[in-house]
Design a protein. Structure first.
Lengths: 366, 400, 366, 400
C-alpha cells in the first residue's frame, strides 16, 4: 500500500524531528498551550509543507501516500516533542473520509486536508467511548437531505475545525457525514482540558444539515480507529522514551549526598524498569503499525495490544519521571508534568486500557 | 527569676480551675479562611490563654508554663478540646515555639516566645534549597559573622507561609572547611527586611502554596542563632522530628474541599459499583487507607503501653501509596471524563488535582526513596550505604 | 466473653513462643513434614498441656475460655514457627461445635478436644470454596437417623482425625453432623499438598451414618469461619513478620561487593516495603480479632479485610524473601521456601483474596 | 602449519558443497532424553562434520574451520538448519569451544578443541561459590602453582552437568594481594580426578539439576590456564557475554513437559474465561510475553540493520516478570486446587513448580537487581555506585 522505503521513512522522521527541535521547543509548547487556538499556525504550516498533514492521504489527493508504518514513525516524534497541533484530528478525519469509499467526497475533501485545512471527527458523547454504543448523534433523512441531532463531546480541535466528520446512528446502523462548522443549529463549546496542549470541544447538534459520505457504516469507523490507535501508540511510545531520556539525563547530573542521584539503586532501578516499559511500548506500536500495513489477520490483536501496552507504559513512565526528579518536577516551570498530562490524556483518548485489554482478548478469540 | 514550678495541685483542682477559666472567657471565634496567619480575635484569645498559663503547661513558670507533668497537662488539653478552644498544648504542637524554647538564647526567648504563642508572630521554614532537597546537609546558603550579627546570602525553596512570616527557621552554612554536617548553624531570620525577597512558586497543580525565598545580605542577630555555632544539624534533626510527630496525616483532600464522597460513592456515581474489576480495585484502595489507620491506631496504643513502635515511621510511605492509588482509581472511574478539569468538571478536576498533588506526599518532606532508607536503617537496622561525602570538607563536595 | 487480661494473653503467647522455640525448630518441622502424620505427637501433647488445643473452648468444657483476641495472638506464634500440627483443624471443629448450640454435644465432645483429641471439619468439595455453594455433602434422614453422601475435600488433618464435623445440605438449608472416622461408608484419602507441613484429605461419604448437632445451620458455619479467618490472619501476620526478620538478618550479614547486601537500596527498599506489608497485616489481624471479640457491628468488614490483606502480605513477603536471599534460598535446605509454601497454601485455604475483597465490600454495604 | 584460509569460493559453490555433504551423510539421529551428554550417534555425526570443516566455518583452517566471512558461514548454517542437522555454527554457539579457541594455549587447543566440537568432551561451569553469587569477583577458591601445575582448593555451586563433565571452566584466585578483579585466573579443570567431588544440590523445586562441587587439592596443568595469569576476570566477562547471547530464552516450561496449554486454555479449563477480573489479568499476562517476543524480534532486526540495540539486555528482566506473573495467574485460576501437587494434580503441580522455578530466572545468572544495575549502567549510562572493595587487596575485603 505505502510506497515508502525504509530510507524514505527515516528521512521523513528525521525532517520532522529537526523541524520540531526548532519550532516546538518547551517555550513554544507553553506559548501554544496558553493560547486560545492551542497550536502555533506557523508550526502547523511548516508541518503541512513537509507533507505531514497529508501523510496518510493518497498521492492522487495530494498526500504522501504513507501508511500505518509511516504514521507511527512520525507520531513517535510528535509524542517526544509534545507537539500541540491538530495533526491527530486531521489524520483521523482523513482516514475516515478515505474509509468511506466515496470517491467524489475524497476528491472534494482530501486535498484540502493535505494542504492544512483543519478537520476533526465527532462521534462519542459524554461517556467518551469510541464504540457503537458510544455514538451520540442520530441522523434523520428528509428526502435527499440529512439532519443531525445530539451532543458529541471530546471532539479534538473542535473549535478550530473547518470541517467536521460526524458519525451518527441511522436506521439499522451508522453513517458518516460531512458537516460545516458554521452549519445552522451547530453550537461548539470549548472544554477545559487537563492536558493543556490538547483542545477538546463539545458540539451540540440541533437539526444540523449534513452530507452523507458514501454508504459506509461502522466498518469505516473501525478502520479509522485502528489507524488512530496506531498513531496514538506511536505518540505514547515516543513520549515515554523522551521523558525517560530527560529523566536519565537529570539523574546523571543532579548531585545529592555527593553523588549523581542516578548512581543510587533506587533511581537506577526505576530507570531500568522504565526502559523495559518504554522499549516494549515502542516494539508494540511498531508491530501494530506493521500488522495493520500488511493487512495481517492478527492486526486487530496487535493494535489493541499496542493500545493498552503503550498507554500504560507512558502513564507509568511519565508518573515515575516526576518522582525521580523530586521537588523540581513539582513546579509548573519544569516540563515533566507536561508529559504526565499528555500521558494521562492519551490514557483515555480512544478508550481506557481495560477496554483495549478486553478487545485484545476478543480479537484473539478468547 | 520566679520559681520553676507552681504549687502542686490535684487533678480535680486543676480541672476545676481550667473549667472555670474556659467558662468565664471562652466565647468561640469567628470563621476565617486565611490559613497562614492567626486572626485578631484568636490572637486576643491566645494572649489570654498564655497569660493564664494554659498554653504550655509542661514548661516552667518563667516561660509561661506551670511545670506540669504530662498527665496533668493532658487534663488541661482535654478541657480545651471539649469546648473546641484553641491555644492549649502548644508545648506539644507549636513546632517553632518548641524549637525556640529548647535551643534559643534567653534573649531570643524573651523577645519572641510570648508573641509566638499568642500568634502575633508568624513563622516559616527556610530549609530546602534548589541544590539541597533530599540532602539537606548540602545547603549552600551562607551566614557570615559581621559584628554581633550574621549576614545571610542564598536561596531557599518550598517555603510555605513565607509571604506572611515574620521570622523563618533557617539553616545556613557557617563553616565550609569541615564536613557537611558540621558546618551548619540554625537561625531565626527576620523576614521583613530588605535582603529578603519572597516569590510565589507555581506548583505542578497550578497553585502557589509555596514560595522561593531569595536572601541577599539579610541580617540576623547572633542572639537569634539556636543551639550554638555549627550545631545546626542537631537542632534541625530535632525540629524535623517534632515536625514529623506533629504533622501526622497532613495530606490534603480534593482541591474544592468540603466534598466527603467516599470511594464507594464515587464508584456508585460512576455507575461502576457493579463492575467486578472495579470492585476488586475499590476494595484494595479502601483497604490501603484502612490499614494505615489501623497501623496508626496500633502505634498510638503501643506508645501508651510504653513499647516502641516501628509502625509509626511507615505512615508517610503508606500515605504516598494511598494518595497515588486513590487518584489512579478515581481516574479509572472517570474514563474519558478525566481528560477534563475546571469547575464544570468537578470529579475530573479532583482526580487530576489529586494525581498531581500526591507527589506532595511522595516527594515533599523526604521522598519515598529517602523514607525507605530511613525505615531500612533506623527501624530495621540495615547498614547505611557508604557515604562518600560525609567526611570531606564541604568545599570539596560535589554539587549539581 | 474472654476473661483473659492483657497480661494473661502476653504470658500465654510467651509460653507458646518458648515452647515452639524448643520443640518446633526447623529440623523438627522438616522431620514432621516428611512424616506420615505430618506432626510430632510430643509437640502436640506439649501444646495441649499448655491449654492451646482448648484455647477457645469454654472453661466449663475444660478449655481456657479464650476468644478471638487470644487465638489471634497464639496464631501469630504458630505462623512465625511454621508449626505443623492439627491446631487449626481442632480450633475450627471446636468453634463449630460450640456454634451449634447443642449443649449435650458440647458436653460430650469439647472436653475431648481440649485434651488433644484431633477433630476436623469437612465442608467443601473439589472447588475448595467455603461458601454455601461450596458445600459438597448432602444429608438424608431415615426416621431419626441421618446419613451423609458426597465427597468432601481439603479436609485438614482428615487422615489423622478422630472426629469429623461435617457440614451438609439438608432440605431448606444446611446442618452440622458428627461423624466417626471409622464409620461405615467413609473412605479417607490423603492428598499430596504443596505445603508439606500441611495435611489434607479427601473424604468420600457413601451413606455414612451421622449425628446431627442441634438445629444449627449456615449461621453456625459462618461464625466458625469468622473465627477461623481471624486465626488464619494471625498465622499469616506472624509468618510474614518472621520471614521478614530472617531476611533482614541475612541482609545484615551476607557480604557481596565488600558490603552487607542490606546496605544496597535494592534490598533495603524491598525490606522497607515488606515491613509496611507485614505490619499492616499484623494491625489487620489484631483489629479483626478485637472486632469479633467485642461483637462490633463492623466485625465482618474487619474479618474480610484481614483475610485478604494478611494473605496478600504474607504471599508477597515470603516471595520477596526468596529473591532477597538470592541463590541460597533456591535450595531445598534453606527454610525460606517453607514460608513461601505456607503462604501460598494460606492464600487459598479459606477462600482467595479476591473472594474476601468482594465479601469486604458486601459487608460495607457496597 | 597449514594456510589460515581455504581457497575462496562463491556462495553458490559453497551451498552446493554443503548440500552435497548433507545429502550424502545426514541420516537423522535417534531420540535421546539425556540432556547433559551427547549420544554416540551424534558424536559420530559431529566428528564427520568437524572433519569436513563445517562445524566452525569462521575459524581458520588450522582449527577445523574455513576462515569464512559471517555471511558465508550463515549459508552453511542455514543448510544444516534446513535439514535439522546439528553440528554447524559451533563458532557462534559452543560457549566452551569459543572460550578455548579465543583464550586457550596452543597445547590446550590441540588437546581438547576437536573433542569439544565432536561432543566427546562434556563441560560444566565452575564460577559461583557460596560466598560469591552476585559478586563473582569475590571468589575464594584458590589455585596455587606447584611445578608446572596449579593445585586448586575451594567450593563451587550451581553447577549443572558437573556429574558428567570432563572439564569445568573454573575461576580461581591466584593472587590475594591485589584488588579482587586482578587476582583471578581462568582454567579448564579436569573433573575426573580424586580432588573433585560432585554432590547433587536439592533445589527449592525438589529437583536436583544442579550440583555442588567440592575441590580439594585437584590439579590442573599450567597449559590449561586461559588468557594468562591473573587475567581471568577478562576471560570470564567475555565468556559471560557469549553465554548471555547464546542463552536467549532458556526458561523452562512446566515440569511434566509436552503440555502446550496456553494461558487462554488454562483460563477456559478453569471455567474463568468469562470472569472480567480474570480476563484483565489474562490479557496482561499474555501481553508481557508478547511484548518480550516483539522486543526480541526488534533487537534482532536492529542488529541486522547494524544499529545497536538497548532492547537485548532487557530480555532477562522481562522474562523474570513473565515467569513470576504467569505462575501467579495460574495459581489464581486454580484457587484451592493450588494447595495440591503431584501427578494426580497436574495443573496445580505446574503452577506450584513454576512459581518456584521462576526464581531460576530472577536469581540465577545475575539477580533481577544485578540486571537492573547492568541496564542502568551499561545501557542508560548511569554512574556506578561507589565500589568500596574495588581497589583494596583481596585479603582485606570483607566476606560473609
Amino acid at each position: 500500500m505505502s510506497s515508502f522505503t525504509a530510507e524514505d521513512r527515516a528521512a521523513m522522521a528525521d525532517s520532522v524531528r529537526r523541524l520540531l527541535a526548532d519550532l516546538c521547543t518547551e517555550a513554544d509548547i507553553r506559548r501554544a498551550m496558553e493560547s486560545e487556538a492551542g497550536y502555533d499556525a506557523a508550526l502547523w504550516t511548516a508541518l503541512v509543507e513537509l507533507g505531514v498533514a497529508g501523510l496518510v492521504i493518497d498521492p492522487a489527493h495530494d498526500g504522501l501516500g504513507g501508511g500505518p508504518v509511516e504514521l507511527e514513525a512520525i507520531m513517535e516524534e510528535v509524542g517526544a516533542a509534545l507537539l500541540p497541533a491538530p495533526l491527530f484530528a486531521v489524520t483521523m478525519a482523513a482516514a475516515l473520509i478515505a474509509a468511506c469509499g466515496d470517491a467524489a467526497a475524497s476528491d472534494r475533501l482530501l486535498p484540502g486536508l493535505a494542504r492544512g485545512r483543519i478537520a476533526t471527527v465527532a462521534l462519542t458523547g459524554e461517556a467518551g467511548t469510541w464504540t457503537p454504543e458510544g455514538v451520540a448523534l442520530a441522523a434523520h433523512a428528509h428526502g435527499e437531505r440529512w439532519f443531525l441531532d445530539g451532543t458529541a463531546s471530546y471532539v479534538l480541535h473542535g473549535a478550530a475545525a473547518d470541517l467536521v466528520l460526524a458519525v451518527a446512528r441511522i436506521e439499522g446502523g451508522f453513517a458518516i457525514f460531512e458537516v460545516a462548522p458554521d452549519a445552522p443549529g451547530l453550537a461548539v463549546e470549548r472544554l477545559q482540558s487537563f492536558d493543556r496542549t490538547l483542545r477538546l470541544a463539545k458540539m451540540d447538534f440541533r437539526h444540523v444539515p449534513a452530507t452523507r459520505l458514501g454508504q459506509a457504516g461502522w466498518e469505516a469507523v473501525e478502520a479509522m480507529l485502528r489507524l488512530a490507535l496506531v498513531a496514538l501508540a506511536g505518540e505514547q511510545a515516543g513520549g515515554a522514551r523522551r521523558v525517560l531520556e530527560m529523566t536519565v539525563q537529570y539523574a546523571k547530573t543532579r548531585i545529592q549526598f555527593g553523588r549523581a542521584i542516578g548512581s543510587f539503586q533506587a533511581i537506577k532501578h526505576m530507570a531500568a524498569d522504565l526502559l523495559l516499559e518504554s522499549e516494549s511500548a515502542t516494539s508494540a506500536a511498531r508491530a501494530a503499525a506493521e500488522a495493520l500495513a500488511s493487512g495481517a489477520p492478527d492486526a486487530a490483536e496487535a493494535v489493541h495490544l499496542a493500545a493498552f501496552a503503550c498507554a500504560d507504559a507512558y502513564a507509568k513512565t511519565a508518573a515515575d519521571a516526576i518522582q525521580m526528579h523530586g521537588g523540581i518536577a513539582f513546579t509548573w516551570a519544569h516540563p515533566a508534568h507536561l508529559y504526565l498530562r499528555r500521558a494521562r490524556a492519551d490514557l483515555h483518548l480512544l478508550g481506557a486500557p481495560a477496554y483495549h485489554r478486553e478487545r485484545f482478548l476478543q480479537a484473539m478469540g478468547a | 527569676m520566679t520559681a520553676r514550678f507552681l504549687k502542686p495541685v490535684s487533678d480535680d483542682e486543676l480541672r476545676a480551675e481550667v473549667r472555670a477559666f474556659l467558662k468565664e472567657h471562652w466565647k468561640g471565634l469567628p470563621h476565617r479562611s486565611d490559613q497562614w496567619t492567626v486572626g485578631p480575635e484568636q490572637r486576643a484569645w491566645q494572649a489570654k490563654v498564655v497569660d493564664a498559663r494554659w498554653a504550655v503547661n509542661r514548661w516552667p513558670v518563667e516561660w509561661y508554663g506551670r511545670g506540669l507533668a504530662d498527665r496533668q497537662a493532658k487534663i488541661v488539653e482535654a478541657e480545651f478540646a471539649a469546648v473546641r478552644a484553641p491555644g492549649a498544648g502548644q508545648d506539644r504542637t507549636h513546632l517553632y515555639a518548641i524549637t525556640a524554647f529548647n535551643f534559643g538564647t534567653e534573649t531570643m526567648k524573651a523577645a519572641l516566645l510570648r508573641s509566638m504563642l499568642t500568634g502575633d508572630i508568624n513563622m516559616c521554614l527556610l530549609y530546602s534549597e534548589p541544590g539541597a532537597g533530599s540532602d539537606l546537609a548540602g545547603v549552600r546558603t551562607k551566614a557570615e559573622p559581621d559584628g554581633g550579627d550574621y549576614v545571610v546570602t542564598g536561596q531557599k525553596v518550598w517555603t510555605s507561609g513565607a509571604m506572611t512570616a515574620d521570622y523563618g527557621m533557617l539553616i545556613a552554612r557557617t563553616d565550609w572547611d569541615v564536613p557537611k554536617h558540621n558546618g551548619i548553624s540554625f537561625f531565626f531570620l527576620p523576614m521583613k527586611q530588605p535582603g529578603v525577597e519572597v516569590r510565589p512558586l507555581r506548583q505542578v497543580t497550578d497553585e502557589a502554596h509555596f514560595n522561593e525565598v531569595f536572601i541577599d545580605g539579610a541580617r540576623v542577630a547572633g542572639d537569634f542563632m539556636l543551639g550554638g555555632l555549627n550545631n545546626g544539624w542537631r537542632v534541625l534533626q530535632t525540629a524535623l522530628a517534632y515536625e514529623r510527630s506533629v504533622m501526622g496525616d497532613a495530606a490534603r483532600g480534593p482541591r474544592r474541599g468540603g466534598d466527603r464522597a467516599t470511594m464507594v460513592d464515587l464508584a456508585r456515581e460512576a455507575g461502576r459499583l457493579g463492575d467486578p474489576v472495579t470492585r476488586q480495585h475499590l476494595a484494595q484502595v479502601i483497604a490501603w487507607r484502612r490499614l494505615n489507620a489501623l497501623n496508626n491506631a496500633r502505634a498510638k496504643a503501643d506508645l501508651k503501653l510504653g513499647t516502641s513502635s516501628s509502625v509509626m515511621s511507615l505512615g508517610k510511605l503508606a500515605m504516598s501509596r494511598i494518595l497515588h492509588e486513590e487518584a489512579r482509581f478515581r481516574t479509572m472511574l472517570l474514563g474519558a471524563q478525566s481528560l477534563l478539569e475546571g469547575e464544570a468538571n468537578p470529579r475530573a478536576d479532583d482526580a487530576n488535582f489529586l494525581s498531581l498533588n500526591a507527589y506532595f506526599t511522595s516527594i515533599g518532606g523526604g521522598t519515598d526513596q529517602i523514607q525507605r532508607n530511613i525505615i531500612g536503617e533506623r527501624v530495621l537496622g540495615l547498614p547505611k550505604e557508604p557515604e562518600i561525602d560525609r567526611t570531606v570538607p564541604f568545599r570539596d563536595v560535589r554539587a549539581g
